[in-house]
Design a protein around this ligand. Structure first.
Ligand code: SAH
Length: 276
């Protein structure tokens, strides 16, 4: 039996009265903004945006999301833009701590999920050491949201019982040395890679060396969930050859990629029309 619904349908405006946790002055909320489409913000992220005094955000967080900020909120960009070096991690944490100590409600807003290749852990350690109260609001990571918008299931019963998320980029911008590529190639049927476009040729070469088939499908999903989302399909052998690739992008290696042929649903052109 379906339970009866509340006779008063709820609207988005009711969120203002919803029992969200109090965003206390002097605290920091570390919030994931999702992969880009504003509709993929969590309700808690929206609540934080409309209550923060200071918003310290990454380059991956676009205007469409920042537009929800409370009028009068201060916005501070902390991240790489136009090839300029990013603000140092120490400077960012110092800014968060100083602002919280001055009594601001500080929103640290990151693309995707703050704990998925987002240095969220480091920032929380610094806040904990400084005895600043903080809260973490998870977000939809690009490695899941991007796949959904490309029609590419991260798991599928006939294909994989595990999926591996990895970065193609270490702290210095090099191919990560801590990854055991032969073991990974053998153990993980589907790889979902962040920050992997720059070193894709080297990654593909390592996977081929480790025995992955040259015709294994690879997908690169760029600007996922946004009006300029694009998909590049390659074989692993093709991925081992240098070529210009759009970014930011998630790279997926494995048979799951072919499912996009039938499941792909997002029409980026249509979404451009809706926004413009
Ligand atoms: N914390 C983020 C990841 C930060 S690392 C998350 O959970 O999604 C930055 C990398 O994320 C980019 O280099 C790219 O690989 C990926 N990324 C973030 N947003 C993306 C998007 N809209 N489309 C494709 N890739 C994206």
């Amino acid at each position: 039996m379906t339970p009866l619904r509340d006779p008063e349908p709820r609207s988005f405006a009711d969120l203002d009265a919803a029992p969200f946790p109090v965003f206390a002055p002097g605290s920091v909320w570390l919030v994931g903004a999702g992969p880009g489409a504003p509709g993929l913000l969590t309700l808690m992220a929206y609540h934080a945006l409309t209550h923060a005094d200071l918003i310290v955000h990454d380059s991956l967080v676009g205007e469409a999301i920042l537009g929800f900020a409370r009028p009068g909120a201060r916005l501070l960009h902390a991240g790489k833009r136009g090839g300029k070096p990013s603000a140092s991690q120490a400077d960012i944490t110092e800014t968060l701590i100083e602002a919280a100590r001055a009594g601001d409600r500080v929103l640290r807003l990151k693309g995707g999920d703050p704990f998925m290749f987002g240095r969220g852990g480091e920032e929380c350690q610094a806040l904990a050491a400084a005895e600043i109260p903080f809260r973490i609001v998870p977000g939809i990571s690009a490695g899941l949201g991007g796949l959904a918008y490309a029609g590419l299931p991260a798991t599928h019963r006939d294909i994989n019982q595990s999926v591996t998320f990895l970065t193609g980029h270490d702290l210095k911008g090099e191919l990560p040395t801590a990854i055991d590529w032969p073991l990974l190639a053998k153990a993980s049927p589907v790889l979902v890679m962040y920050m992997a476009a720059k070193h894709l040729t080297a990654i593909a070469a390592r996977l081929l060396e480790a025995g992955r088939p040259p015709d294994e499908p690879v997908a690169l999903i760029a600007n996922a969930t946004l009006p300029d989302q694009s998909l590049v399909r390659l074989t692993l052998a093709e991925a081992a050859t240098p070529r210009p690739l759009p970014t930011p992008a998630i790279v997926v290696v494995g048979a799951a990629v072919t499912l996009a042929d039938t499941i792909s649903w997002f029409d980026a052109a249509e979404s451009r029309g809706m926004m413009g």
